[in-house]
Design a protein around this ligand. Structure first.
Ligand SMILES: N[C@@H](CCC(=O)N[C@@H](CS)C(=O)NCC(=O)O)C(=O)O
Length: 202
């Protein structure tokens, strides 16, 4: 049985969304987004940094949201949600899958730190301005991509759980300007999915 260690409003939503789309059976362990639970000895045994998401299956414990998405798709999706290596969309799949943690999340993390996490007297306006600027630049090619594609690659795929969710988080932080019309259209599209709604409302 799969067990997902989960916090609301976090990257763990990516995994819950995927489990729901695939209609898999799973246990959900909801953890409070607070050091008392995330940094507990119990949770640090699963993730040495005390973070989410973490997935367990039998003796296997795996963290890093991208690795978890790949693991579930490889072992539990019956060939769905990922192009074959010989498929023309395979390179695009890899690129946009990794663009999420590589290009979107670093400035997003800085924005979260300097708007929500640090006490007000330690927030830095200049650092925040640079991070917002960087995020806007990183979103531009995604907006262009969505000019030609309904989903992030030709079909609904693992990229949507990763990059798609990071677009949702960016928008929630009010970092997707109205000029990114294709991203807004895409966010409306994924919002119609029942599995996505379940993930963002848990
Ligand atoms: N690259 C990791 C990032 C994991 C991560 O930073 N998760 C955040 C929630 S979105 C967390 O657990 N933060 C708690 C903390 O930093 O104490 C992944 O994709 O899984």
């Amino acid at each position: 049985m799969l067990t997902l260690h989960y916090c609301s409003n976090s990257r763990a939503q990516r995994i819950l969304w995927l489990l729901e789309e695939l209609k898999l059976q799973y246990n959900l362990n909801v953890i409070k987004f607070h050091p008392s639970e995330l940094k507990s000895d119990e949770h640090r045994k699963r993730h040495p940094l005390g973070r989410v998401p973490v997935l367990e299956e039998g003796e296997i414990t795996i963290y890093e949201s991208g690795a978890i998405v790949e693991y579930i798709i490889s072992r539990h999706s019956n060939g769905e949600l990922k192009p074959k290596v010989t498929d023309e969309y395979f390179p695009e799949y890899l690129q946009w899958f990794h663009y999420c943690e590589g290009m979107i999340m670093p400035p997003m993390n800085t924005i979260v730190v300097h708007t929500l996490i640090l006490p007000e007297d330690r927030r830095n306006e200049e650092v925040l301005r640079q991070a917002k600027n960087l995020l806007t630049k990183a979103l531009k090619p995604v907006n262009q991509l969505l000019e030609k594609n309904k989903y992030l690659i030709d079909k609904f795929s693992g990229v949507d759980f990763m990059l798609g969710h990071s677009l949702f988080m960016s928008n929630k932080l009010k970092c997707v300007s109205d000029e990114f019309k294709n991203i807004k259209r895409y966010l409306n599209l994924i919002s119609e999915r029942e599995a996505f709604q379940k993930a963002i409302n848990t």
